[in-house]
Ligand binder design. Structure first.
Ligand SMILES: [Zn+2]
Length: 281
């Protein structure tokens, strides 16, 4: 509890120092900051106890109200600003080590972060002293979108913890593991190689546990033989948790197979990214 309080107070200090020196913050920190602001507002609105704010077991609904990942990435356009910030880091080395903060600092006056390197669409936002905006250097079609509708869409996605996997891992199993790390952290990944469908009353049985789909309170997945042509493809339903357990038995395989032998390849996520600006849900 004390750790998170100190961490967040110091991250705010770092943030102010970045802005004082005209820096740009990118990657996971921007996303974490948006979630923290949004959830803090809810926490305050509900008049929840101030002394439990940093208690990680208190009020899980707003648990993103403070930042838990001690990582910050910053870019400066000018060398002298970079130098000034390095001086600040040096002056605070003890505190940074104590709080286990990792950082990446660079100078670039030509290319914008995240340098076509963001793993998920939500990590393409940049934060400077004035505003939060989507980068035009994500290596995706979003780079050609010039309206601020995109910024709004991504911020709305973040607040609802929706995002799409872009890149960063190579094998099917590595992508699967990273995506499920995000899912465990409460994210909905909207370009999975299958569909998570509303938990309605289905009479079918799960081919893994052989129970009726609706018996347990769990997510239900629709698997497609050809996920690129859903309307024409064979498909069936299965428990989400049963499917994940089944995949975990195949970690050494190049791609997964479902109980009915459909190929499930997490490499196909990148072809399932939906770059629409307006979100329909
Ligand atoms: Zn099952």
């Amino acid at each position: 509890m004390l750790y998170y309080k100190e961490l967040n107070e110091f991250l705010t200090e770092i943030e102010l120092e970045v802005f004082r020196n005209d820096g740009i913050i990118y990657d996971t920190f921007v996303c974490d900051r948006i979630l923290a602001k949004h959830n803090t507002n809810i926490y305050i609105k509900n008049v929840l106890p101030v002394d439990k704010f940093y208690d990680i077991s208190y009020n899980p609904e707003t648990i993103n109200r403070f930042i838990k990942t001690p990582t910050i990435k910053v870019v400066f356009k000018e060398q002298h600003n970079f130098n000034r910030f390095i001086k600040f880091i040096e002056d605070n080395t003890n505190k940074i080590n104590e709080l286990k903060i990792t950082y990446k600092i660079s100078v670039s006056n030509e290319e914008a972060p995240p340098f076509k390197n963001n793993n998920y669409t939500c990590y393409g936002l940049l934060m400077d002293k004035n505003t939060i905006y989507y980068s035009n250097n994500t290596g995706t079609p979003y780079d050609y979108v010039m309206t601020d509708e995109l910024d709004k869409k991504i911020i709305d996605d973040i607040i609802n913890k929706r995002t799409q996997y872009i890149r960063g891992f190579h094998s099917n199993n590595e992508i699967f593991n990273d995506i499920y790390r995000m899912i465990k952290d409460g994210w909905k990944i909207t370009n999975l190689p299958y569909e998570i469908i509303p938990n309605e009353s289905f009479s079918e049985f799960c081919p893994i546990c052989l129970e009726q789909l609706i018996v347990r309170d769990t997510e239900i997945v629709k698997l497609y033989e050809n996920v690129f042509y859903k309307t024409k493809s064979n498909s069936y339903k299965i428990h989400h948790d049963c499917l994940v357990k089944f995949f975990k038995t195949q970690q050494k395989k190049i791609f997964f197979k479902c109980p009915y032998r459909y190929v499930i390849d997490f490499n196909s996520c990148k072809y399932l990214i939906d770059y629409k600006i307006i979100h329909n849900n």
